[in-house]
Write a protein that binds this ligand. Structure first.
Ligand code: 13P
Ligand code: SF4
Length: 349
């Protein structure tokens, strides 16, 4: 842009593309200013681009983010994550406006199961308890008895009477992990999966281990069983951040964005991605330019029919009740908090 066509400071521009022509520092300035004007809070998932993480008021895994969404006193929640996470915020904070920078940021795993398909399965197993991984639509959560996240799934399933069958949707890998950890043989799993984690293979893990024999291996429970069995730790994204604080060398079986942040944060440590190809394109749809546009235009708003919202709230609130309890901030969280960002660790049961 020539100086004559440069927009006046803080002019509202028509499209995200116009914002992408601005310098990162100006975008950050605009985001901070607009956030204050709207009394908005930015919630960011651990897989977001580093620059989005830096402007987030809260940073965390699905459980931490849903706890924040339930407790924030902001008027507007801007969700930098994927669609089911923003829906969860709306379900738990119906009086607040929830905005997303890009509505196309969905989770392909969540889309594996629809309300209609789940209703059919429930009809075939009327006595089963329905457990929905939070990576699911509000419509699916509304049909569930209880929700779980990667950090509390084992503990929550353990509270369900052992002789009661369970329908677990939509992640077959997480269902398998939970079945193995709880010793249950009555979990009927949906055939869904996360393409980012399910694509990671043992070969890659073995190659990374051969190159870094001193490193411990941590894998997200959305990965396949053979990877989980070869791992030293299986945990959620916030669990991985906590492990990075304790260990000098780690191989991460999860999305690359988190590993890149750990590398930046601990340049002296060995922080290695299990797979260089593990990138969630959906999470990466959110950019600083779209975030600045979203705040200026107060779009895209996430809305839900009240009956669906209320039913989904019941399953989410049941989960939050069982996952309550404050957890001390990790070192990184404490530092970010001191710098004005307040990430929330998981408070799993
Ligand atoms: P966490 O809850 O562990 O952050 O996982 C969410 C997710 O989408 C992982 O793919
Ligand atoms: Fe969904 Fe997988 Fe992306 Fe997580 S990493 S948001 S489960 S597609």
């Amino acid at each position: 842009m020539s100086p004559a066509t440069l927009p006046a400071k803080y002019d509202v521009l028509p499209s995200p593309l116009d914002y992408s022509a601005l310098a990162a520092e100006e975008l950050v300035e605009r985001i901070e200013r607009r956030k204050r004007e709207l009394k908005a809070v930015i919630l960011g998932h651990n897989y977001q681009r580093t620059e989005i993480q830096e402007v987030s008021d809260y940073l965390g895994d699905s459980l931490g983010l849903s706890q924040e969404a339930a407790s924030t006193d902001a008027d507007t929640i801007v969700f930098c994550g994927v669609h089911f996470m923003a829906e969860t915020a709306k379900v738990l904070s119906p009086e607040k406006r929830v905005l997303m920078p890009d509505l196309r940021a969905g989770c392909p795993m969540a889309d594996f199961v629809t309300g209609t398909a789940l209703r059919n399965l429930i009809d075939q197993h009327p006595d089963a308890v329905v457990v929905a991984y939070v990576n699911s639509t509000a419509e699916v959560k509304a049909l569930a008895d209880i929700c779980v996240t990667s950090s509390n799934a084992v503990a929550i399933v353990d509270t369900i009477p052992r002789d009661t069958p369970i329908l677990f949707v939509p992640d077959k890998n997480l269902a398998d992990y939970v079945a193995e950890k709880t010793g249950r043989d009555n979990i009927i799993a949906w055939e869904g999966y996360c393409y980012v984690h399910d694509d990671m293979v043992l070969d890659e893990l073995e190659r990374a281990k051969a190159k870094h024999p001193e490193a411990k291996v941590v894998v997200h429970p959305e990965a396949r069983r053979e990877l989980l069995e070869a791992a030293d730790f299986v945990t959620s994204t916030s669990g991985m951040v906590a492990l990075a604080e304790e260990h000098d060398a780690l191989i991460f079986g999860t999305e690359r964005g988190l590993v890149d942040r750990m590398k930046q944060r601990f340049p002296e440590k060995t922080m290695i991605p299990l797979s260089g190809a593990a990138i969630c394109g959906n999470m990466k749809l959110n950019t600083l330019a779209k975030l600045a546009w979203c705040l200026d235009h107060e779009e895209h708003e996430v809305v839900l029919p009240e009956d669906v919202r209320a039913a989904a709230a019941a399953s989410l609130e049941r989960m939050l009740e069982l996952s309550g309890g404050w957890k001390a901030p990790t070192e990184e969280e404490a530092e970010l908090e001191a710098a004005g960002v307040r990430p929330r660790g998981c408070g799993c049961a």
